[in-house]
Design a protein around this ligand. Structure first.
Ligand SMILES: Cc1cc2nc3c(=O)[nH]c(=O)nc-3n(C[C@H](O)[C@H](O)[C@H](O)COP(=O)(O)OP(=O)(O)OC[C@H]3O[C@@H](n4cnc5c(N)ncnc54)[C@H](O)[C@@H]3O)c2cc1C
Length: 432
């Protein structure tokens, strides 16, 4: 069947394989090459695409929960949204959550995802006690940081290239409200944006929306949102109805003018320089999930997300240069999300390092990949890296320069014959 991820590009013909028990999975692995696990397809590019896809989403049972420690045991196809629907009303939330709740636990581990609190809580792997994984020789192993450190470090962030995660035990975090006290700060330029982030770095959650078409003195102006959970005991979390985009928009609908108009309006949504609001979990953490299939706004040729991170020491200069190139190109992005990150962990391919990351959504159109190649050069110059789970086009050379542990990852795969079985379009392109 024809398969794609969230960016809707590329669309590839794949055989979709499903399994009921571990013996069936072992047989699938024995009999096929060019395999890759597939969760809920919320990666943007080609990290979950290959000739043969192992569909893990149907594995969606809750297995156990310990009320005292917050340790939750689930199958790997469980969505974060399903955890929230069962646990927020009982006073528990995810320690680390991305900007969508529509991803599987397997996908969260394989991308070692981060949230708005990376500077405090780190990546998803930090809340993983252990997971069960079937590897290339058909063995199913329990993997933890302490007992099997190499497999742990290669799998968390390893984009499905070490095997199929079947179950995981993760720690949840105690909350006493489903509401967050949000402070929004409006800044006038990049210098103010950085100062605001640094002034708020003790806040548990922070994220900024940047107007990436602003130029000159206004370059880097943003709305910075910070927040923390309230303690009012209101835990009445309910699944909300969402609106759907029913079809792909015509490609002319999204252009420089519509992005400029959106940015103008969005930036003015708060009247004062600082404003306070009480918002619920979905509004604060998952605003995009309110609109089903929002990717269709980009038209049938799809979109790509470009997310890079720069070390703190080079973040300001690097971002200034990148934002200047983007605003000159006129190719705007509605979504330009800036985040502060804390220390890197020691997983071989996890994305975050101490510094700032920027994520930008671009419509796939003529000239866009040339623009992104120009941005790559600046990312490399400032010693940054590109996030694999968003990527669909980065070259081997640019990728390798950003990930100093790539050779260790390759060696581990070779020694365990994982490279002969698990491959995605992306892994072939970047040579991992
Ligand atoms: C709107 C939106 C917002 C996002 N915000 C963030 C964010 O804030 N922070 C962030 O870090 N990411 C973010 N992401 C990216 C997303 O969290 C990751 O791409 C995640 O890996 C997707 O999970 P999935 O279940 O959809 O997996 P898929 O997209 O299906 O697969 C992603 C990768 O995980 C592997 N994989 C999936 N399941 C398994 C398994 N059971 N065993 C082994 N490997 C597996 C696949 O092989 C693939 O390499 C966002 C994505 C979207 C669409």
């Amino acid at each position: 069947m024809s398969l794609m991820s969230w960016g809707m590009h590329p669309k590839v013909k794949s055989t979709v394989l499903v399994f009921d028990k571990t013996q069936t999975l072992k047989k699938i692995i024995d009999e096929h090459d060019e395999l890759i696990p597939y969760g809920n397809g919320r990666s943007y590019g080609d990290s979950a695409l290959s000739t043969n896809i192992i569909n893990v989403k149907p594995k969606d049972y809750f297995i156990a929960f310990n009320e005292k420690t917050g340790l939750l045991h689930v199958q790997a196809g469980v969505l974060l949204s399903e955890i929230l629907e069962s646990f927020v009303s009982r006073g528990w939330f995810l320690k680390v959550s991305p900007g969508t709740k529509l991803i599987t636990i397997g996908g969260a581990i394989a991308s070692d995802i981060h949230g708005k609190n990376h500077h405090i809580e780190g990546c998803f792997s930090e809340c993983v006690k252990e997971f069960l994984i079937t590897i290339a020789d058909g063995r199913t192993l329990t993997c933890s940081k302490e007992a099997t450190p190499e497999l742990f470090k290669a799998t968390c962030g390893g984009q499905g290239l070490t095997g199929v995660i079947l179950e995981a035990k993760i720690y949840l975090k105690k909350i006493n409200s489903q509401y967050i006290d949000q402070t929004t700060i409006r800044t006038e330029n990049l210098r103010e944006t950085f100062e605001a982030f640094e002034a708020c770095k003790q806040k548990p959650y922070s994220v900024a929306w940047i107007d990436c078409l602003a130029k000159g003195e206004k370059l880097g102006k943003c709305l910075l949102m910070t927040g923390d959970f309230r303690s009012d005991g209101k835990l009445d979390y309910k699944k909300k109805k969402k609106r759907n985009i029913p079809f792909n928009f015509p490609s002319f609908a999204l252009n420089n003018l519509s992005v400029r108009a959106f940015n103008w309006l969005y930036y003015r949504k708060i009247k004062e320089k600082i404003s306070q609001q009480r918002v619920d979990i979905d509004t604060f953490f998952y605003p995009l999930d309110a609109i089903g299939h929002w990717n269709r706004i980009y038209g049938k040729s799809g979109l790509t997300q470009y997310q890079f991170i720069l070390p703190k020491a080079t973040s300001y200069e690097g971002l200034k240069e990148i934002l200047s190139v983007i605003s000159k190109s006129g190719k705007g992005s509605f979504l330009a999300v800036l985040k502060l990150h804390g220390k890197a962990n020691d997983n071989y391919l996890s994305f975050p390092l101490e510094g700032y990351s920027l994520a930008l959504d671009f419509k796939i159109e003529r000239g866009i990949f040339d623009l992104l190649s120009k941005l790559d050069e600046i990312v490399v110059k400032y010693e940054g890296r590109i996030y694999l789970c968003k990527d669909v086009r980065v070259t081997k050379d640019v990728f390798e320069k950003g990930y100093p542990q790539v050779e260790t990852f390759r060696r581990f795969r070779r020694e365990n014959k994982m490279d002969e079985k698990f491959q995605s379009l992306q892994s072939k392109r970047v040579g991992i």
